[in-house]
Ligand binder design. Structure first.
Ligand SMILES: *Cc1c(COP(=O)(O)O)cnc(C)c1O
Length: 465
């Protein structure tokens, strides 16, 4: 046993790293992974987290600049959430919400969500994940239009390189071609338009001009499909898994105008943006978007327990409520333990003013450091940040905006250098991206940016630049 191992008496069952890796390789198929390739190296074994640091089974301390998977907004190791789960499990570990029944945690969470959501959002439907939230939305918007006597309005328009989860519905809404390739996706009734990424698609247009052009792809698609067939548009306020794509300022107002003009529903997938990531409670508030439905998950419980849902604007809720049975739900919709944990999480965000502090103090400070480190760096371009989103795109030649033909390989090399330096960032296409916990302090922001720069410099040397 490694004497540096933290917490070895409880979270680690006493196995060595290599034992964990061997058993993992023998029995565990990982999500979004090439299992054979993974097993030849062995998985990293993470045993503990505290604040924004993780500890692996060899005792190394790692800076988690990805908040787990975009979710641990309040940081690791908050006892209040553990206590909430423990108390709730003793009191009432499970009861369903199907059969004319409710329970205290689901009531508390629902009213709390209504309180923190934008005006007009007074109802919530619960799921266990963001994917289930988006599947729920597909069923909900079709049911909505059918209830209004327009059953043909079924098609949902979304975007190339958007991410909406990995169920059949979620992956279909998403615009990831490598997901569509497996299993004949998308399902019928989903259409994709381009993503608003100026650096990749803007050409000679200014970002503002390009934002309008990208938004008008929605109008073109509505006219092509016929507005009588279009139910809704869905988008992440800022695309997360697609590589932290921050749209030009003109994009969302134009999308809003088009949705209003054609009377289609506007859906914000807030699974990453929700609960503070952009510096506002919801990404929709940051951009002034007025959605009808918002998907939530991840930061809702800071990832401490699976829970997701759909926040429903009165305009849709009133139709649903008047529309009779909605034949949809999950055994664990509104699970009492998950709801209790989510309540504790939101209370921490509120009481400690985590989002306000981040938005007013650390985010502008960290953004300055990020731009100072990378704006003039010859190997990266499209240096971008918003709230606690940070990204750069690796380039072959900055002057001509030339990207690598094997950009994702290059980014994976850079990512591996980060891991070697005990910094978790993610490689997405040819971008390097980060989304640290919202509790990051100024000193930790400086540590993060210095580490990221060190890694990009090391990558530059490794590729001989
Ligand atoms: C992660 C994510 C999802 C899917 O959530 P799961 O909990 O993994 O099912 C959906 N939408 C967005 C924007 C996400 O980032």
């Amino acid at each position: 046993m490694n004497p540096n191992l933290i917490n070895q008496d409880h979270s680690n069952l006493g196995r060595s790293t290599s034992e964990y890796q061997a058993l993992d390789a023998a029995h565990h198929i990982h999500p979004f992974s090439d299992t054979a390739a993974l097993n030849t190296h062995g998985s990293r074994v993470i045993v503990r987290g505290e604040g924004l640091y993780l500890y692996d089974s060899d005792g190394h301390k790692i800076f988690d600049a990805m908040s787990g998977l975009w979710c641990v907004n309040i940081g690791y190791g908050r006892r209040e959430l553990a206590d909430a789960a423990y108390q709730q499990m003793l009191e009432l570990p499970f009861y369903n919400t199907f059969f004319k029944t409710t329970h205290p945690p689901v009531v508390e969470l629902s009213s709390l969500l209504a309180q923190i959501s934008p005006d007009g959002f007074n109802h919530v439907f619960y799921t266990n994940s963001g994917s289930e939230g988006n599947d729920t939305i597909i069923r909900m918007v079709r049911h909505y239009w059918a209830t209004l006597g327009q059953p043909k309005k079924k098609t949902i328009i979304s975007r190339i390189n958007g991410y909406h989860g990995s169920t059949i519905g979620g992956a279909s809404l998403g615009g990831m071609h490598y997901m569509h390739e497996q299993g004949d996706l998308p399902i019928p009734g989903i259409a994709h338009i381009e993503q608003p990424w100026w650096f990749a698609n803007g050409g000679e247009l200014s970002p503002k001009e390009y934002g309008l052009k990208a938004a008008r792809a929605l109008e073109d698609k509505i006219l092509e499909l016929g507005v009588e067939n279009v139910a809704a548009f869905i988008g992440e306020p800022v695309q997360g898994a697609g590589g932290i794509i921050i749209p030009p300022s003109t994009y969302w107002p134009e999308i809003q105008r088009i949705c209003d003009h054609y009377g289609i529903l506007l859906i914000a997938d807030e699974v990453i943006c929700g609960f503070g990531r952009t510096g506002s409670w919801f990404g929709s508030e940051h951009y002034g978007i007025r959605p009808h439905l918002m998907t939530i998950a991840k930061g809702l419980s800071s990832g401490y327990i699976p829970i997701g849902g759909v926040l429903i604007h009165d305009k849709v809720a009133n139709v649903l409520i008047a529309g009779g049975d909605f034949n949809h739900g999950f055994t664990y919709s509104g699970h009492p333990v998950a709801c209790a944990v989510a309540v504790a999480n939101i209370h921490i965000l509120q009481n400690e003013k985590i989002i306000e502090r981040m938005n007013q103090d650390v985010a502008p400070y960290a953004a300055q450091l990020w731009h100072d480190a990378f704006d003039a760096h010859p190997l990266v371009d499209d240096v971008r940040s918003l709230g606690f989103f940070f990204a750069v795109t690796l380039v072959e030649d900055k002057a001509s905006r030339k990207r690598f033909s094997n950009g994702s390989e290059m980014a994976l090399r850079c990512r591996d250098i980060c891991l070697k330096n005990k910094l978790i960032m993610r490689a997405t296409g040819d971008s390097m991206i980060a989304a640290p916990p919202l509790i990051m302090s100024r000193a930790q922001a400086a540590e993060f940016v210095a580490l990221a720069l060190k890694c990009v410099d090391e990558y530059a040397r490794e590729i001989g630049r």
